[in-house]
Design a protein around this ligand. Sequence first.
Ligand code: ZN
Length: 424
Amino acid sequence: MSPPCPPSPATFPQSTPPSSNLLIKTLLTPITPQTLTLTTDITHLTTSFKTRYFRSKSGREASIWVFNRLKSIITLNPSEIGGDVVNVNASVELFNHSWVQPSVIAKVVGGSNTTIVLSSHIDSLNLHLPHFLPAPGANDDASGVAALISIFQIIISSNPPIKFKNTLEFHFYSAEEPGFWGSTDVFSSYNKMYRDIHSVLQFDMIGRIPPTNNKQKENDNIQKSKGEIGIVNDFLDEGFKKYIKLIAGEYTGINTVDTYCGYACSDHASAIRYGYPGGLLTSGKLEDGLAREDDVSHTRYDTMDRLDLSLITEFVRFGVAWGVGLGVADIRIDNRGGGRVEDGRRGYLCDNGYPDGFMGGVRRFSAARAADPLGIGLWILMLAVILGIARPWEEVPIVMKMGRMVRRGVRRGYGVLVRREEPD
Ligand SMILES: [Zn+2]
């Protein structure tokens, strides 16, 4: 049993220094939804794989596709330094788990091992029958995956290349849906390796503006809502939140809004579990999205046509500013409450467990279940099979007595209204 991790709030810059400010603005100027690859990336993720369920073959293929996509960005972006063609210290690798779908980790190596993580999750889930039913997972979380691919592309395509003081990592986790299994493996292993992780910022469900909001606005003759950056406040450190607001205010065209998930919520919770500061961004207020009757999370209806690409583009702007701003800053990691030092590296072996209220996720699940009529039917059939009422695979001898008449017959296993005759 590992000891709990001492509290270790990250140190964030108080402002963006003029040098990085200029660099970030140069990178952000050309960005529009049309200059990014959001449309093609989300289309591919949501239509080329029937589901990205973490135990499925197509879930594995989706991870391999993300890996190859990042690899192609790296090889397309060699920069000329001193006549030699080198890539900008960027690399990508698979992180394998005990199930078929790997996580994917891309890296931009800087001058120190202090690492800033931007993250999302590849897997999707159809809650009703995950092995069989489609799960496009456009908002959850193809939106986050596509945004991170774009952020990575913009950062490593910078010309001249950015000289990073710190290391950036882009995480694309497997198996968020069953309870953050992929990210648990990743951060458990980072903890054992005494990795200096400055902070982890997860982008999950960042593409949706609730439709009735728009309708209200249309009725009021006000311009369509541009959406908001939802800052999930559960377990979030104050300094972390302040820096999120600073970056959003300076580099995006939309507002931030405080929101609460009520439970561990997403993969950043795995970072917190192993002693690393974690935060979560989402589109707007989760309270508005998940409690609504038009919530399509974890169903076949979480499709690309419900996403707002200009909203995701704002998250891309945010992510570029976040990564570059922290990547070139003088940030230090506190001694993490006097954690042990081994091989000259700071760190410790520790495990906080998941925060209280982890099972609050059930609330989200029941909202999703109600959205899919086919799913409800299949659930009822499954329940009937489990209770032994229906056995479609069995031929059941039946006897029906109506007054003095006796009818004997065989029926394929729906035993609700018939009595079974035990063999003599
Ligand atoms: Zn998600």
